[in-house]
Design a protein around this ligand. Sequence first.
Ligand SMILES: [Zn+2]
Length: 108
Amino acid sequence: MKRLVRAFLRTRWCPPWCMEAHIGERRGERIHNAWLRGVELSADPLSRQLWLDLILRPEDDEPYVQVQLDDHLVAELTVSQARAAGVHLIELGSLGGMESPDPPVPGA
Ligand SMILES: [Zn+2]
């Protein structure tokens, strides 16, 4: 029953994070999504783009985070998996940003 209620509500209203206008779409066919977040992986002209989006399709019980590299789907993460991956990325990025100690001076 709870699932039917959620499915009904999903077809009537957008979740608060949905940025889609849904112009011309029927309620039961709406795919809700947040705007894509892009991360450029290199500064050269052939750089690749990592794309992240939050999506909820009519057949989904919960939203998921879609990870794409350029036009290729890399992963679909549950919200909890996306949070865990985000925490790890922040931790690793922080570790990588730590300054190394100065090398020892010969003869000192
Ligand atoms: Zn929507």
